[in-house]
Each structure stands twice: as structure tokens, then as C-alpha cells.
Design a protein around this ligand. Structure first.
Ligand SMILES: [Zn+2]
Ligand SMILES: [Zn+2]
Length: 393
């Protein structure tokens, strides 16, 4: 089967939709304008759809021929950033910006929907279009799944695209196994006893204890984890004290714990607690740890990812890479826990378009040459899953 390259009218429509969404960024679970745009486009295409997870949309393209059911997921939300990209279609909403490319993800899925709906007489199986809110937090994937987004029709394999400034337009990345990390936030409170800065022996200083905890926590990554496995322990904030000559009675810290391996992730809290409480005891203060569990790691189904990668290498004419995983997080993890899933990286980097900045930067840009590549990739996944050319258990 040949891979369909989107025709010119689809290409221009995707650019138009992407710019329209880009001008009007919305934060998680506030994507009402984007939701309406998605619904309007699906209505125009004659694609059935329903609402889920407040601002999410599930559409279904039903192929005329029998086959498996593929899910395609795009996130829709923006970030609380003031745009400084200089693009002529920059955000019209102060303090909000599509700085992670979710505008492009949504537009490309609408482009894929257009192509797939146009060929449904020859299409094997069905394609479930998953327009997801709130990827940047608090998380739209879980409520979508809870409200049956994967159940009717039953999705058998799911793919997503994420723009990636490590790769150029015309390149995609498919890596089997873990590709994104878990992201769990933690809170540490160190409680000492305050006093006069001149008489430290009459107090229990929370500040040196906190400093020792910060240093000791790094042992989780450097000494307690297999050096060939990935772990991040980052302290992002540290606050305590009153003034130069007062001994602090309390220090509060927050941070993020990340890992690729679910087993390593599950052990991080206990390791952190042992270190925090042990160091606190050594410094004659008390310390407590609280962990709020966030997104699990994204683990690409090995068989599905390998077969899709091989399929694209053989049929697409694109440069198919296997970039290393990152420690960033993605709530696509929940979809990929439910059914075999693959997170596909889409190259967007070019000097010509100035798309050289990382995601979440106020200068973030996308080379729009990448958009038809993304449409092509989504369509190929849906067709090849549907007709069994990309096999998986
Ligand atoms: Zn992001
Ligand atoms: Zn993102």
C-alpha cells in the first residue's frame, strides 16, 4: 500500500486551522473555542462526534471495509506564556501561547480526518479521533478514557504526534519502549526551632538541614540507580527564613521526580523519604515528604512501534529516526497504558523558519513544512493498523 501524501487543499487547510488556533490559545479545560472549531470542521466533513472530558471531542471515521480500529490523539491546550515568537499570527490573548505545538497537533489531526473521511469507501476498520484537552495539566487523557473515549468503537492501537525541535521537517521519530518519563511532584517541609542568629546553639537551624537534604537527594540518581537507567531529582523551589540574623524555623521545598522505568519510579518515594528523614534526624530537625503522583512514563508498545517504524521506512519516503527518549512527560501515557500506543516525534526544526527554540519557550516556532508530514504519518498509521499491514498483538 502506498502512503498517501496530503493534497494541496488539505495542506493549506491545515495551515489555516493551525494559525487560527494559534491566534486564540486556551489553557487546560478552557478550550471551548478550540472545541467549537474542531466540531465545526468535523461537521463540515460529515464526521460524527461527541464531547468528552468537558472540552474534549471524540470523532469517528467509519471505513466501509472490515478492519481494526485505530485511535489518533491530538492535544489542544496552550501554556500561560506571553508570546515573543514574532510570527504574524501570534497569540491575540495576553499571557497565553501555543508554545508546545498543540495547535499544530490539533490542525494535523483535522487534516488527517479530512483525508480519511474522503477515502472511507476503501478504508479498512474505523478511526477514532481523540481531541484531548489539558495535556499541560491537570490532564485530559484520564477523564477522556474514563468517559469511554476508547470504548465506542473499541480502539485497538493509538498514536500521537508531538512536534520535536531535535528533528527537521521530513523527519519523524519512532522509538520502541519508554520515550517519556513519569513526572511526580514532591513537597518537603523541614521544621527546626528558630532563634537569634548570634546564638545558633540555642536553636535548631532548618537551613543547613535543608541544604544537606538537597545535596543528599542527588544520591538517588548518582548512587542508588543503575547508571544505565534514567532518573531525575530536581528541587525547583526552596523557601525559608526571615532575615539575616534570625535562625529559620522552617524551610519548604518543592521538586519533580522523574523516571522511565515504572519499577524505578515506584521506588523513588521511599528512597527520598529515607534520605529526607535520615538527614533531618542527623541535623536534629524534623522533615516530612509528600508526593503527588502525576503522569506515568510513556512506553511505546515495542511490537507496534517497531512495525510502524519499519512500515514508514519502507513506504513513506520520510527519514524515519529513532531519537533517544526524553525526561519530559506526556499524559498520552494513559492511552498507551490502556491499548498499544506509539508516540511519534515530528521534526520541525529549520533555520529558515526560525524554529530552533525548545517547547515552552516564548520564542517557540514551527516550520509549517512539517504539517503535511504529520498528516501523512497519522493517515498512514490509521490505514496500516486498519488493514493489518502494521501488526501487533
Ligand atoms: Zn508542553
Ligand atoms: Zn506538548
Amino acid at each position: 500500500m502506498t502512503v498517501i501524501v496530503p493534497p494541496a487543499d488539505v495542506r493549506s487547510r491545515v495551515v489555516e486551522l493551525r494559525r487560527e488556533i494559534h491566534r486564540h490559545p486556551e489553557l487546560g479545560f478552557e478550550e471551548t473555542r478550540t472545541q467549537a472549531l474542531v466540531e465545526r470542521e468535523l461537521d463540515e466533513l460529515g464526521i460524527e462526534h461527541r464531547r468528552v472530558a468537558k472540552t474534549g471531542v471524540v470523532g469517528v471515521v467509519r471505513g466501509a471495509k472490515p478492519g481494526r480500529v485505530a485511535g489518533l490523539r491530538a492535544d489542544m491546550d496552550a501554556l500561560p506564556i506571553t508570546e515573543k515568537s514574532g510570527e504574524p499570527f501570534s497569540s491575540e490573548v495576553p499571557g497565553k501561547m501555543h508554545a508546545c505545538g498543540h495547535d499544530a497537533h490539533t490542525a494535523m489531526l483535522l487534516g488527517a480526518a479530512r483525508v480519511l473521511q474522503g477515502m472511507r469507501d476503501e478504508l479498512h476498520g474505523s478511526v477514532v479521533l481523540l481531541f484531548q484537552p489539558a495535556e499541560e495539566g491537570p490532564g485530559g487523557a484520564e477523564p477522556m478514557i474514563a468517559q469511554g473515549a476508547l470504548d465506542d468503537p473499541k480502539v485497538e492501537a493509538v498514536a500521537m504526534l508531538h512536534v520535536d525541535p531535535r528533528l527537521a521537517p521530513g523527519q519523524i521519530g519512532v522509538t520502541p519502549g519508554p520515550v517519556n518519563a513519569s513526572a511526580d511532584e514532591f513537597f518537603v517541609t523541614v521544621e527546626g526551632r528558630g532563634g537569634h542568629g548570634a546564638y545558633p546553639h540555642t536553636a535548631a537551624d532548618a537551613i543547613p538541614a535543608a541544604a544537606a537534604i538537597v545535596t543528599a537527594l542527588q544520591n538517588i540518581a548518582s548512587r542508588e540507580t543503575d547508571p544505565l537507567k534514567s532518573v531525575v531529582v530536581t528541587i525547583g523551589t526552596i523557601n525559608g527564613g526571615y532575615r539575616n540574623n534570625v535562625i529559620a524555623d522552617e524551610v519548604k521545598m518543592t521538586g519533580t521526580l522523574r523516571a522511565h522505568d515504572p519499577e524505578i519510579r515506584n521506588g523513588l518515594e521511599a528512597r527520598a523519604r529515607r534520605i529526607i528523614e535520615g538527614v533531618a534526624a542527623a541535623y536534629n530537625v524534623k522533615a516530612t515528604l509528600q508526593v503527588n503522583y502525576g503522569y506515568p512514563p510513556v512506553v511505546n508498545n515495542v511490537q507496534l512501534a517497531q512495525n510502524f517504524r519499519d512500515y514508514m521506512k519502507e513506504h513513506s519516503g520520510l527519514r524515519v529516526e529513532s531519537p533517544p527518549p526524553t525526561m519530559g512527560a506526556e499524559d498520552f501515557a494513559y492511552f498507551a497504558q490502556r491499548v498499544p500506543g506509539v508516540h511519534v516525534r515530528l521534526g520541525i526544526r529549520s533555520d529558515k523558519a526560525g524554529s530552533i527554540y525548545p517547547g515552552h519557550s516564548a520564542q517557540f516556532r514551527i516550520d509549517e513544512e512539517a504539517l503535511p508530514v504529520g498528516v501523512q504519518t497519522l493517515v498512514a498509521f490509521a490505514r496500516a493498523v486498519g488493514n493489518g499491514e502494521v501488526a501487533f498483538e
